[in-house]
Design a protein around this ligand. Structure first.
Ligand SMILES: Nc1ncnc2c1ncn2[C@@H]1O[C@H](COP(=O)(O)OP(=O)(O)OP(=O)(O)O)[C@@H](O)[C@H]1O
Ligand SMILES: [Mg+2]
Length: 224
């Protein structure tokens, strides 16, 4: 079974007296180590599908399996634990803690995963260097540019080496140089680390490194 599997996933949101069906039966299987892109027009349901596949939103129907476990049947507590240990999130609007430095924003995630003190600080430093922010470890988010904040969020998503990375437009706010750094990092993670990456993007540079691209339109997936 693939690392990320969706079977007959449907999602309807209430809209006045009726309901609005955003996803109409999604079947998807993503192999371990693949970079899978999700594309489609604005409002087509990309963020909704990503949220369901990441266990942040419960579908109206259908099943989702991550790393061989069905997450759609899990209790809230079990699902929260599963997410913590297995998924790195790079979502739009996933904010950094403003009172903490870039390094502390990453350390806190490592602490929750059971990695403490000096080891967490060292790992945070390595992650910040990987995204090109080795010299910003002690700055707070308010003193960083939009692209730099996004890179801290990416470093934080990678903390603790999750097997799955779920990203919603990770390069949208980046200039071409830092965009490239991020893409290269995600490619390395997938190809050398065996990490599975699912990403919503419009970025043509990412299409070049993707293994597969799926298009969401009118509630269904059209695979390339
Ligand atoms: N919590 C919600 N309640 C009601 N409707 C919602 C909710 N979340 C999303 N929708 C609706 O579902 C549709 C899909 O939204 P979604 O955010 O998944 O689109 P998207 O493909 O990510 O768009 P974009 O490219 O603009 O980010 C939209 O019509 C949106 O208004
Ligand atoms: Mg979206």
């Amino acid at each position: 079974m693939g690392a990320i599997v969706a079977k007959g996933v449907e999602m309807a949101f209430p809209s006045g007296r009726q309901s609005y069906q955003v996803l109409k039966g999604i079947d998807l299987e993503i192999c371990r180590g693949d970079i899978q892109l999700l594309m489609g027009p604005s409002g087509s349901g990309k963020t909704t599908l990503l949220s369901i596949l990441a266990g942040l939103l419960t579908p109206s129907a259908g099943k989702v399996y991550l790393l061989g476990d069905e997450i759609t049947g899990m209790s809230r507590a079990k699902l929260a634990r599963f997410r913590l240990h297995n998924i790195g999130f790079i979502f739009q609007g996933f904010n950094l803690f403003p009172a903490l430095t870039a390094s502390e924003n990453i350390e806190i995630v490592l602490n929750v995963k059971g990695i403490r003190y000096r080891v967490a600080r060292q790992q945070a430093r390595v992650l910040l260097e990987q995204v090109g922010l080795g010299d910003k470890a002690n700055q707070k988010p308010g003193d960083l540019s939009g692209g730099q904040k996004q890179r801290v969020a990416i470093a934080r998503a990678l903390a603790g080496n999750p097997q799955l990375i779920m990203a919603d437009e990770p390069t949208a706010a980046l200039d071409s140089h830092s965009g490239h750094t991020v893409i290269e990092l995600l490619r390395q993670l997938a190809k050398e680390g065996g990490c599975t990456v699912l990403m919503v993007t419009h970025d043509p540079r990412i299409v070049d490194v993707a293994d597969r691209v799926a298009y969401l339109e009118d509630g269904v997936l059209k695979k390339e």
